[in-house]
Design a protein around this ligand. Structure first.
Ligand code: AMX
Length: 394
């Protein structure tokens, strides 16, 4: 279905060269114009959620009120916290996260309203309630998943209503570097949406089209995001660089990178963080991360390697004609930044991606219900019928 337009998706649009726009605004503009947290250099996810939902930027007063509103909605029940804490330690954090979302589902406002028989034209209002709850709760869910997996037994700060979502998440996970708050703001803003055809957004759209409530739809989306060709690529990309570093240490050449890449390709494996189904140029989100690193992170071997890979790898991938886009995507760089601030559990990275993607997916579901979009049901065909059609030329 590549290149086939078949979805109405209101909140964002991806251009093959210029990258993503949220409500028609590109990331450069959003990063400049969206309200900042006090003392921070980056826009807050709360402001971007407002933009995705409404199409306009909030002013400082509106974003402050919205932050308070989301804080009030962020509480997790004891049952949910206990459930996550009791999941097997070795279970992947994305699985825990998805289960955590599902455990909040009995609180779905939409499901209750539907069973009461509210009229169709009111569905969007109940979807909005759930969507705001989910965007607020994922911050705490992510923190509980992180702490119950990697910080067992440690006393850590709870949520602080004076902090924005990003700072709260970072603080609840036990980090206090203000520059990490800013990286998390940038991270949550740039991963928020990538139009409707991505595996995660499309899954949510499809599940919700059956009038499954937003919790069911978002949890399903997270199971798609957990795949290595989609959101898991961020942990794989960092592992790719760390494996290289293990083999070559801090002294390496462009040739070493080229040989390493060719070796992976010869084993029919993909180079994580490179390529894209729609983009045909370097992902602007990758550039934003590099710019953040340039301003805030002292150069180290991994940053140097990341930059040099950006020079070497596209030239190699470009020689493999089947690869349509040899350029890096957002996942190539995010892990190096997170690692710099001490977040060294790669398995957790996709959960952060999922927290961010809630903003776009949830805003979009509100619009899908407002437009009263029908159940999604494309046609399929068997191989025999397909062969018959091809041979008859019809
Ligand atoms: N390394 C090696 N081979 C690659 C490649 C890469 N980075 N990118 C594409 N290819 C291969 C494909 O596997 C496919 O091979 P096949 O015909 O033998 O199956 C061929 O090139 C054609 O693929 P394409 O049309 O260029 O890309 P696609 O739309 O099928 O897939 C994507 C897009 C992202 C899955 C692919 O580029 C890839 O696997 N990249 C590495 C994983 C990654 O970074 N994923 C994250 C994407 C962003 C996101 O969702 N977070």
């Amino acid at each position: 279905m590549r290149g086939l337009t078949g979805l109405l998706y209101e909140t964002s649009k991806l251009h093959p060269v210029n990258g993503i726009t949220y409500r028609g605004k590109d990331l450069n503009e959003i990063i400049k114009q969206s309200p900042r947290a006090s003392g921070g250099t980056q826009p807050t996810p709360e402001g971007v959620l407002w933009l995705l939902l409404t199409g306009v930027y909030p002013n400082q007063e509106e974003v402050k009120t919205f932050q308070e509103e989301l804080y009030q909605r962020s509480h997790l029940s004891d049952e949910t916290e206990t459930l996550i804490r009791n999941l097997p330690e070795k279970m992947h954090p994305m699985t825990k996260f998805s289960i955590g979302v599902m455990s909040c589902q009995p609180d779905s406002n939409f499901a209750k309203a539907y069973h009461k028989g509210v009229p169709k034209k009111e569905y969007w209002e109940h979807t909005l309630e759930d969507s705001l709850d989910i965007c607020a709760k994922v911050i705490q869910l992510a923190a509980v998943v992180y702490n119950s997996t990697y910080n067992r037994g440690k006393q850590l700060p709870g949520p602080d209503q004076d902090l924005d979502m990003s700072a709260n998440l970072v603080q609840m996970m036990g980090f206090s570097d203000k520059s990490f708050y800013d990286l998390m703001r940038l991270y949550l803003v740039i991963h928020a949406d990538h139009e409707g055809g991505t595996v995660s957004s499309h899954t949510a759209h499809c599940v919700n089209s059956a009038l499954s409530d937003p919790y069911l739809a978002y949890s399903a989306a997270m199971n798609g995001l957990a795949g290595p060709l989609h959101g898991l690529a961020n942990q794989e990309s960092l592992n790719f660089l760390l494996d290289f570093e293990k083999r070559f240490g801090h002294i390496w050449t462009d040739n070493d990178i080229a040989n390493y890449v060719e070796e992976i390709l010869s084993e029919s494996r993909v180079i994580p963080g490179y390529g894209h189904a729609v983009l045909r140029k370097t992902d602007p989100r990758f550039i934003h991360l590099l710019e953040f690193a340039e301003k805030n992170i002292e150069e180290n071997n991994l940053i140097r390697l990341l930059n040099q890979c950006y020079t070497v790898i596209p030239k190699i991938l470009d020689k493999h004609k089947k690869i349509k886009n040899p350029w890096p995507n957002v996942d190539a760089g995010s892990g190096v930044m997170l690692l710099h601030y001490g977040l060294n559990h790669q398995d957790f990275y996709t959960v952060l991606f999922g927290v961010s993607r809630a903003l776009g997916i949830m805003s979009s579901l509100v619009w899908s219900r407002a437009f009263n979009l029908p159940i999604e049901r494309p046609n399929s065909i068997t191989l025999d019928l397909l062969l018959e059609k091809v041979s008859s030329g019809k």
